[in-house]
Ligand binder design. Sequence first.
Ligand SMILES: Cc1cc2nc3c(=O)[nH]c(=O)nc-3n(C[C@H](O)[C@H](O)[C@H](O)COP(=O)(O)OP(=O)(O)OC[C@H]3O[C@@H](n4cnc5c(N)ncnc54)[C@H](O)[C@@H]3O)c2cc1C
Length: 424
Amino acid sequence: MPRTVHIIGAGLAGLSAAVRLAAPDNRVVVHEATAFAGGRCRSYHDASVGMTIDNGNHLLLSGNHAALDFLRTIGSQHRLIGPPAAAFPFLDLKSRARWTLHFNDGRLPLWMFDPRRRVPGTRARDYFSLARLLWPKEDKTVGETIACNGVLYSRLIEPLLLAALNIDPSQGSARLAAAVIRETLAAGGRACRPLIARDGLAPTLIEPALDYLRSRGVLVRLEHQLRAMRFEGQRVAALAFGDDSVALGEADAVILAVPPYAAASLLGGLAVPNEFRAIVNAHFRIEPPAALPPILGVINGTTQWIFAFPGRLSVTVSAGDALLDTPREQLARIIWAEVARAAALPADLASVLPPWQIVRERRATFAATPAQDKRRPGARTTWRNLLLAGDWTNTGLPATIEGAIRSGDRAAALLDQTRPSMIS
Ligand SMILES: Cc1cc2nc3c(=O)[nH]c(=O)nc-3n(C[C@H](O)[C@H](O)[C@H](O)COP(=O)(O)OP(=O)(O)OC[C@H]3O[C@@H](n4cnc5c(N)ncnc54)[C@H](O)[C@@H]3O)c2cc1C
């Protein structure tokens, strides 16, 4: 008899688990609390800028193999765009210096030895400090592992790790930083090509996944929030959704793919990450100047990355907690002044704030400290038919699309291994 797998949460972790499990011998039902799928990776129509925008700019790298595999499966890999080679243009707002990092394709980091490819003001031997970050001691911060100062730090390591870990890198987990460096810089330029969903997160990652699932008979129930679970011995016996509840058969299983605070409230006693960092995005409705690259790294400003989309410039500020209380228009003006300088806009355009929006995600990711990293549970639970997924579970990666998708894939693989009824 086919079993039913209930997936709770239609973020990328839940969707990737559903995509892996969508097969004739599984009945899959996805239950999502809100009216939309995508969770922290979503698009919406914004009245202030009068266009559909993403809640935040999301950058993928060509080495994010689980994410690319997910996109291939749902048929939307072509919607991710990026340069043919790994090149990252940067601007220092203070010194006005501009440079482009050009990683070479192979694993041998020849770019470090070439002054035209590496960070200006650095020497090849400066990069040897990165080796200490590759295999760090357990439970150390980045600040306890390498010196968090100097030109290489401020122009390469800090922007890279701030974006990947979403925390001031000196406080960030060296274990998570090591995973990022192993899968990007140390893997060579082929793994470092920046990729963005130019037409939006929903048309690239979410809607094609929903189409894929629906075409395979998966039921996606929006506005269907799980309120409680009933346990019997070592298994989940029923799911309560408020107005209705579902009894689980012996072979049925649950993948809980909700954020950590929601998982903790459903499973009293589960230790989960409980500190978070914000990400702030500013969106401006303006046609990007032709000379502006699709992604520009910015240092010595509030702005960290500028993304050029059709009809819009968008700015990302990671670990943006200090900006949560800044009045919205004040913040928009500060960031717009930096964008205008970075894009070298003529004075008449620069002096007028275009239609704008500020999106502040307070709990964008868990705080990637060693202490919080230790609070991440694995996929298995003490209940044999309940698995966990989500970017906050112990994926070995920071909270990213790649981590969320790997967690969903892993939960699905564990279920597949343990058919028909035992997950232990
Ligand atoms: C502004 C911003 C920028 C980011 N930038 C990047 C980036 O550049 N690159 C990158 O790789 N990653 C980035 N991330 C991180 C990435 O978005 C997340 O890691 C990923 O989307 C997390 O997916 P998830 O499925 O684990 O969790 P979520 O997306 O949080 O999904 C959980 C889902 O569960 C639902 N839910 C909660 N409770 C219940 C319940 N009781 N019943 C049913 N459903 C429930 C929620 O509504 C939600 O839809 C960014 C995140 C943000 C916020």
